[in-house]
Design a protein around this ligand. Structure first.
Ligand SMILES: *[C@@H]1O[C@H](CO)[C@@H](O)[C@H](O)[C@H]1NC(C)=O
Ligand SMILES: *[C@@H]1O[C@H](CO)[C@@H](O)[C@H](O)[C@H]1NC(C)=O
Ligand SMILES: *[C@@H]1O[C@H](CO)[C@@H](O)[C@H](O)[C@H]1NC(C)=O
Ligand SMILES: *[C@@H]1O[C@H](CO)[C@@H](O)[C@H](O)[C@H]1NC(C)=O
Ligand SMILES: *[C@@H]1O[C@H](CO)[C@@H](O)[C@H](O)[C@H]1NC(C)=O
Ligand SMILES: *[C@@H]1O[C@H](CO)[C@@H](O)[C@H](O)[C@H]1NC(C)=O
Ligand SMILES: *[C@@H]1O[C@H](CO)[C@@H](O)[C@H](O)[C@H]1NC(C)=O
Ligand SMILES: *[C@@H]1O[C@H](CO)[C@@H](O)[C@H](O)[C@H]1NC(C)=O
Ligand SMILES: *[C@H]1O[C@@H](CO)[C@H](O)[C@@H](O)[C@@H]1NC(C)=O
Length: 469
């Protein structure tokens, strides 16, 4: 524990650290030490760190994996599980205890780990508030507390680059001063109980790449100031955000995720969408009050994986999706799309070269026309085909049997006629087959009995004949 003269001269940088400790913390004492003529004794930073870690440990009341067993005096704290030290100063720079079934509260002593850059406790059961002392960690860059039971309000450390406190019980509002943390790249408070509006000051975080506020109780409008954040990925799903999205938000040229579903957002989608967001791969405005047309330019959004327009007030035609060859899910249900006539489903034939599509949901619209034979070209990728509550007529195509990985086939409440193709038996993974309320006729194929995964079969309100299967 003693700071010898030899130590003092061993390394200049270490010496500097001690000086810093002395200047910052002249009141900590270590008996028998009298440095630089100071009358009050001093403590080494290392001891402060060890004490802080031991206090941190003392607040952990559950440790079924015995992670902190190694946190004992027979081992230097730099080698304790989850602790990383700077090589030169032997001060704690990183404390990483993720997914270790730890239970406890957070010690205010952690505010004394003054060299800490990275602090990550994701996936444990830490509860109570984040101690205010954390604000003293001037070097802290990464704070990850995702999936714990942390309550209380949001901290502020001015060097923070990444703040991940998803899946906790944070309350209160986003403090305006977060707009001063100019290094922030990643900010996620998704799945908490925050409320209030999104502070316009966040628009000043010019490095911000991710703002994830999903599943809170935010209200108010999307601040125009966010338009400045050209590298932003933005997800605010399932809050109570209202108003229109500022047009320039659709102009964030490097945006990858734009996800504002489950709010009360109004307005239209701008016609030049894909031109202004060339890299977008996740675009969702689901369950809002968006009206107007799906812009034709969407056909240029060739990086799209997921496109969600469901639950809005969109009408008109669905444009060609020919270039969207990375599309994996498209959800257009519960809108007013189509005209109830031939041609409404033309967009499906523009997807035939897509080799990724797994989810196609177009129910509750005004789509008319014949059930397109081209559907059978989606071969093995399609898992869900749901087109219920439209005005689709004609027969179920024989080729439906090609969709051998199909799990859900929902075609109820249309005007389909003719028989169920025998080939349906090839859909061995089918769990839901719902075709009720149509004009289907003939006998129900016995082979349906061979679809052993089926949990729901609804064929009522049709014109079937013959004996029960
Ligand atoms: C200290 O930690 C080491 C490493 O985990 C362990 O082997 C030892 O038993 C511990 N000592 C005590 C007293 O718990
Ligand atoms: C947090 O928990 C949710 C729900 O259990 C899980 O889906 C998510 O992957 C977890 N996130 C992290 C980063 O562990
Ligand atoms: C952004 O920063 C500028 C300059 O620091 C400041 O004047 C302005 O008020 C800030 N904007 C917001 C919305 O906080
Ligand atoms: C979108 O960005 C382009 C180029 O950066 C700019 O010319 C245009 O005015 C912007 N549109 C809006 C609505 O901000
Ligand atoms: C798609 O992009 C090309 C090239 O940038 C452009 O010429 C064309 O007009 C765009 N199409 C639509 C429908 O926006
Ligand atoms: C699909 O690919 C074929 C062969 O490359 C091409 O001739 C056809 O035009 C493509 N169809 C669509 C809708 O992209
Ligand atoms: C099924 O209905 C069509 C007309 O929609 C009819 O032509 C056909 O004869 C019917 N088939 C049976 C087996 O009743
Ligand atoms: C059901 O499957 C069995 C075994 O694969 C097969 O022998 C039988 O012919 C099938 N029945 C029908 C009606 O397809
Ligand atoms: C640093 O942490 C505070 C609590 O926030 C304690 O009160 C201090 O005693 C502690 N200081 C040292 C040197 O351990």
């Amino acid at each position: 524990m003693e700071l010898s003269r030899k130590h003092m001269v061993a390394s200049n940088s270490r010496f500097l650290v001690y000086i810093e400790v002395i200047i910052l913390l002249p009141y900590f004492s270590l008996p028998g030490l009298n440095l630089l003529g100071l009358t009050s004794p001093v403590v080494r930073g290392n001891d402060i760190d060890q004490k802080a870690l031991l206090h941190f440990k003392s607040k952990i009341i559950g440790d079924q994996l015995r992670v902190t067993e190694s946190w004992n005096s027979s081992i230097h704290f730099c080698h304790w599980h989850g602790v990383t030290c700077g090589r030169r100063h032997q001060r704690v720079t990183k404390l990483e205890l993720e997914y270790l079934k730890l239970t406890g509260s957070l010690s205010p002593y952690m505010g004394n780990l003054s060299f800490l850059r990275e602090f990550s406790l994701a996936g444990n059961n830490f509860y109570n508030q984040i101690p205010r002392e954390i604000d003293r960690l001037r070097r802290l860059e990464i704070l990850v507390l995702t999936n714990n039971s942390i309550s209380g309000e949001i901290p502020s450390c001015f060097k923070l680059i990444e703040v991940e406190i998803e899946g906790n019980q944070l309350t209160g509002e986003i403090p305006t001063f977060l707009g001063l943390l100019s290094n922030l790249k990643y900010l996620s408070f998704a799945y908490n109980s925050l409320r209030g509006s999104i502070p316009p000051s966040l628009g000043n975080l010019s490095s911000l790449e991710t703002l994830a506020l999903k599943r809170n109780s935010f209200s108010g409008i999307t601040p125009e100031a966010l338009e400045q954040l050209t590298d932003l990925s933005y997800s605010i799903d399932d809050n109570a955000i209202s108003g229109t999205v500022p047009v320039a938000m659709f102009n964030l040229s490097n945006i990858i995720i734009f996800s504002v579903g489950g709010n009360k957002i109004q307005g239209t989608v701008p016609s030049d969408l894909a031109i202004t967001m060339p890299y977008v791969n996740f675009f969702s405005v689901r369950e809002n009050q968006i009206s107007g047309k799906i812009p034709i330019s969407i056909s240029n959004a060739s990086n799209l994986n997921i496109l969600q327009f469901e639950g809005n007030r969109l009408d008109g035609d669905v444009p060609s999706l020919e270039k969207l060859d990375k599309l994996f899910a498209i959800l257009l249900d519960a809108n007013h799309l189509g005209h109830g006539g031939e041609g409404d489903l033309h967009f499906l034939s523009t997807l035939v070269n897509n080799t990724k599509l797994e989810v196609l949901v177009i129910s509750e619209n005004n789509f008319g026309g014949v059930f397109p034979e081209c559907i059978s070209i989606f071969f093995t990728t399609l898992l869900r085909l749901v087109m219920e509550e439209n005005k689709i007529w004609g027969r179920i195509p024989h080729g439906i049997g090609n969709l051998i990985n199909l799990e859900v086939l929902g075609i109820s409440q249309n005007q389909l006629s003719g028989p169920i193709p025998i080939d349906i038996r090839r859909l061995q993974k089918l769990t839901i087959f719902d075709a009720h309320i149509n004009f289907l006729n003939g006998t129900i194929p016995y082979s349906i009995g061979n679809l052993t995964m089926l949990t729901k079969l609804a064929l009522d309100f049709n014109n079937f004949q013959g004996n029960q299967v």
